[in-house]
Design a protein around this ligand. Structure first.
Ligand code: HEM
Ligand SMILES: *[C@@H]1O[C@H](CO)[C@@H](O)[C@H](O)[C@H]1NC(C)=O
Ligand SMILES: *[C@@H]1O[C@H](CO)[C@@H](O)[C@H](O)[C@H]1NC(C)=O
Ligand SMILES: *[C@@H]1O[C@H](CO)[C@@H](O)[C@H](O)[C@H]1NC(C)=O
Ligand SMILES: *[C@@H]1O[C@H](CO)[C@@H](O)[C@H](O)[C@H]1NC(C)=O
Ligand SMILES: *[C@@H]1O[C@H](CO)[C@@H](O)[C@H](O)[C@H]1NC(C)=O
Length: 322
């Protein structure tokens, strides 16, 4: 049998290994800018609040920016980089082109933050704070954001095409795309609740409302009235992802899924007789459970492959590398 001293040595070694492994994941912290940029949070929130007061949908667009950043090689601000004649970024990737928006608001926030603490706060962290503020302002939960990410000096259009799931995905494709990011079935359903706010273009739901049968007829009538059957007509016409409640962050999205009022094919996949149905029922019954799980999952999403230490940079402008 091992002596007490070799036993405690083994425990100590184990603790060190755990710390080392844990250390590479736990580099983000909620007080990262507490000393270097104490005015950060009020500076960001003021502009997010004004942008949403001007246009409610902007809150949704800003939340989506964070998702589309984190799913493409980690939360590193890569989707904010503009294309140039010698550089192809992610803005014209299939899921983003003609669709992702809010870049001007991010620019305004970045300039305001540069004024109070120059070259301190990354664009990647700004996206995390902006997403948090947007959800809170539209009536959703609040949480402490983990910070300390740095900005990518590269972007990948191919990764944006491949890593962000399209609305034509079936449930198993959605599950594996989240699994590829280290996110669980529960994370998928909770994060998908982001569709409680915002809008989609006719081109993304036409095939569903005209061809699918797992669809509420009164909902279909309303959706069709704004999205003609013929491709090319009204393609960019918008409809709320959460029927009649697309401007408030609540659990009605899940209640609507149970009523077969999912706008996108992929939305209704979450409640179609499969393994995610029970989560949907839980969130439809309890907004507080949805809020609690959404917070846990969006913090987990924010932990995807951040650049830290001396990797990446702190961009001066979010649209281009320094
Ligand atoms: C799981 C797979 C997902 C798919 C297939 C998907 C797909 C889509 C599509 C097709 C649109 C409409 C885009 C357009 O028509 O221009 C959209 C909008 C949106 N998505 Fe998702 N999404 C997913 C997950 C998420 C997640 C995890 C979040 C955030 C937590 C999110 C937040 C949003 C928001 C807020 C909008 C509305 C944006 C606006 O109005 O500007 N989505 N999504
Ligand atoms: C306010 O929203 C409108 C769209 O509703 C947009 O055209 C305009 O640029 C916005 N203004 C500001 C200052 O964000
Ligand atoms: C990404 O998708 C867009 C739009 O379909 C396409 O034009 C582009 O060539 C794709 N890029 C890569 C690198 O695969
Ligand atoms: C889901 O879609 C994938 C391709 O994206 C296909 O291989 C698979 O058979 C589909 N699964 C079901 C259950 O329809
Ligand atoms: C409905 O499905 C048929 C057969 O797959 C297809 O030809 C047609 O384009 C679809 N209609 C719409 C509006 O997507
Ligand atoms: C697009 O939406 C607008 C506003 O709802 C509507 O007036 C117009 O008829 C729609 N276009 C088509 C082709 O349905």
């Amino acid at each position: 049998m091992a002596s007490p001293s070799s036993f405690s040595k083994a425990i100590l070694t184990l603790a060190c290994v755990v710390l080392l492994i844990g250390g590479t994941r736990a580099q983000l912290s909620t007080d990262f800018y507490a000393k270097t940029c104490p005015k950060l949070f009020p500076t960001v929130k003021k502009i997010v609040r004004a942008a949403i007061a001007n246009e409610t949908r902007m809150g949704a667009s800003l939340l989506r920016l964070f998702f589309h950043d984190c799913f493409v090689n980690g939360c590193d601000g890569s989707n904010l980089l503009d294309d140039t004649p010698t550089f192809t970024g992610e803005k014209n990737a299939m899921p983003n082109q003609n669709s992702l928006r809010g870049f001007d608001v991010v620019d305004r926030i970045k300039s305001a933050v540069e004024k109070v603490c120059p070259s301190i706060v990354s664009c990647a962290d700004l996206l995390a704070i902006i997403a948090r503020d947007s959800v809170g302002i539209l009536g959703g939960p609040r949480w402490d954001v983990k910070l300390g990410r740095r900005d990518a000096r590269t972007a990948s259009q191919a990764a944006a095409n491949n890593s962000i799931p399209p609305p034509t995905n079936n449930l198993s494709a959605l599950i594996s795309s989240f699994q590829n990011q280290g996110l669980s079935l529960k994370d998928l359903v909770a994060l998908y609740g982001g569709h409680t706010i915002g809008q989609a273009r006719c081109t993304n739901f036409r095939a569903r409302i005209y061809n699918e049968s797992n669809l509420d007829s009164s909902f279909a009538r309303v959706a069709k009235s704004n999205c003609p059957r013929v491709t090319g007509v009204g393609d960019n016409n918008l409809t709320g992802l959460d029927f009649q409640s697309a401007t408030s962050f609540d659990n009605s999205y899940y209640i609507n899924l149970i009523k077969k009022r999912g706008l996108l094919h992929s939305d209704q996949q979450l409640f179609n007789g499969g393994s995610t149905d029970s989560f949907i029922r839980t969130y439809a019954k309890s907004q507080s459970t949805f809020f609690k799980d959404f917070v846990a999952s969006i913090i987990k999403m924010g932990d995807i492959k951040p650049l830290t230490g001396s990797n990446g940079e702190i961009r001066k402008k979010c649209r281009r590398v320094n």
